[in-house]
Design a binder for this molecule. Structure first.
Ligand code: BDR
Ligand code: CA
Length: 326
């Protein structure tokens, strides 16, 4: 794979910014994005989430280098949620990439803070009439602060496609909240009330995309340095929670955001008005949806509820196979 996409391909590509907190599934999502010429990746903004910011930034740089994408600008963002104390993930290991040790990164981050970058890039996008799709894979702190700083950046956002929330599937880091919302419910509240088109992929859909041992074996069988790493980190990711998931594997949340943009036909969704609970300690971060128009409020989100998981894993495998053999 070449390290940059150029010419006609880049002209037709969808401009995106990825906000992320790697994290094992974030790493796979980045590798899928980097292998997809349909995306013109303007920047990657990093946030504290699965692990502390120093680790999420380092992991992002290591993943860029693994993919030979040193050209991607990486902007470090917020070190903590807006109001609440940080809550870290449980399933990505202490450093965020399981037991896998990637070489220390040699590329460096941009000096601009992620929030300043988002404000500048989205202001430019609005001025140029070329709105950007924001792909958010972590807590929404960077995005909410950028919106609070300069609300008119919403005109530079085509839509926010986010891994976030839980409805019928309940929570994964508290009883009823999904991790990305739980970590910064106040930021999520700001984003959901900003009047920006939102597509959300909650646990209801991501729990259908299980990285089973057979699917991991198929990725490993591709046999390039990227698929070797992906197979290793996904093996660590195995939740072994058959009681909840009906079999082995871990739900591969974040890559679905990119797959949704690449192949919307893999998905089924419903429109709903969605709110984020941000005051009750018991229900902190719980997402509430009015699917049936009971409140008379207009929908503010497309909620993705179904995925053809085999089609997703097949596309993921094909894209990862584009990375050069060692
Ligand atoms: C989300 O939380 C994180 O642990 C994952 O990276 C994903 O973004 C799933 O709840
Ligand atoms: Ca994530």
């Amino acid at each position: 794979m070449t390290s940059t996409h150029c010419g006609k391909e880049a002209e037709l590509a969808r401009p995106i910014i990825i906000d992320t907190d790697p994290g094992i599934d974030d790493a796979v999502a980045l590798l899928l994005a980097f292998a997809s010429p349909e995306f013109d990746i303007k920047g990657v903004t990093v946030v504290s989430g699965n692990v502390a910011l120093e680790h999420t930034v380092r992991n992002t740089l290591q993943v860029c280098e693994l993919a030979d994408r040193r050209d991607v600008p990486v902007y470090p963002g917020c070190t903590r949620p807006m109001l609440r104390d940080p809550v870290y993930g449980l399933f990505s290991g202490q450093g965020g990439l399981g037991k896998t040790e990637l070489p220390p990164p040699t590329m460096t981050v941009r000096e601009t803070h992620a929030v300043d970058y988002l404000v500048a890039a989205l202001t430019d996008a609005a001025r140029a009439g070329e709105p950007v799709t924001l792909c958010t894979l972590g807590p929404l702190t960077n995005v909410a602060l950028a919106l609070a700083h300069t609300p008119r950046i919403r005109d530079g956002i085509e839509s926010i496609v986010m891994m976030a929330g839980a409805f019928r599937e309940l929570g994964n880091r508290s009883i009823s909240a999904e991790f990305n919302i739980l970590v910064d419910p106040h930021a999520a509240h700001i984003v959901f009330e900003a009047g920006i088109p939102i597509v959300m992929l909650p646990l209801d859909v991501t729990h259908q995309a299980m990285a089973t041992p057979a699917r991991i074996d198929a990725i490993r069988a591709v046999g390039n340095p990227v698929t070797d790493v992906v197979a290793d980190i996904l093996t660590f990711w195995d939740r072994k929670d058959s009681k909840r998931f009906g079999g082995r594997g871990g739900p591969l949340h974040d890559p679905l955001v990119l797959d949704y943009l690449l192949a919307p036909e893999h998905y089924g969704s419903d429109e709903a008005r969605v709110w984020v609970e941000h005051s009750s300690e018991l229900l902190m971060g719980h997402t509430v949806a009015d699917f049936w128009g009971k409140t008379g409020e207009k929908p503010n989100a497309k909620v993705v509820l179904k995925v053809d998981a085999d089609a997703f894993f097949e596309l993921l495998g094909r894209r990862l196979a584009k990375y050069a053999r060692g």
